[in-house]
Design a binder for this molecule. Sequence first.
Ligand code: AVJ
Length: 307
Amino acid sequence: MSADPAFRADVLAGLGRRPRAIPARWFYDRQGSELFEAITGLPEYYPTRTETAILHAAGTAVAAAVGPARAVVEFGSGSSTKTPILLGAVAPSAYVPIDISGDFLRSSSAALAAAHPELSVLPVEADFTHAVTLPAEVTPLGKLGFFPGSTIGNLRPSEAVDLLRSMRDTLGQGAFLLIGMDRIKDTGRLVSAYDDAAGVTAAFNLNLLARINRELAGTLPLDAFRHRALWNEAEARIEMHLETTRDIAFQVEGQPFAMHAGETIHTENSHKYGDRDARLLLAAGDWTPVAAWTDPDDLFAVYLAQA
Ligand code: AVJ
């Protein structure tokens, strides 16, 4: 299978720049997606189970706030756990998942349509970081955007503002957005969520190098890398890196690279937000927060905002 040219470009550019960094979107080949599913069930990785509980508790209030006859527009292909909770609470007439990867989108949409025969499921294969034209069927319907998981945290603040503005362009004036945002908390709790004792997150991180070797004729010596997760206080984010334990030389598609012991490839940012940070970010993205729900330990928050 010939590699995605965007993957090739991001990897070659990312390994060539200093500090070396590869965008987190490339984690999610089949192995990476399966490893992420395993991460969501880890005892240390609280976000998924916490957000799911919040959605269960807040569903009725969200439905009351957004009103009837809506279209739920999910930015991403939808998760088998969280999406049905929202659909069950809001009972929309249409569901529009938007995702750049068509295969995953089609399979998850088909599964959801089978489970919700009364729902019009209208998948759109697109890059939702830019405004997306929604199917004509949903034009007359009020829109409720859904962006769970604190995936917004993968983006640096300026990129997150741009994404929020694109979502507003896609959904239109008066639309609602339900968005998950992970809270700042005890550093030890945060770091262990990204460096679990079983090493599943380490395998998830290292799989990116295995994917480069698989798809880009890479010769990276995986045994020379170790997973690192650290809290960056100044940026309020967890950073994941792959650190070399010795001097190495390798190729990617024939292009040579060398790394000294201790150098890293920065593979992910997961920004965390206090309540004020979250509200400021939404406002910068031209969204007005109208409600928020958290868990009893204030580990995670779900915001409802209006355009
Ligand atoms: C899917 C991006 C929300 O940042 O917490 C989980 C990905 N990375 N463990 C996150 C992830 C390491 C996750 N997001």
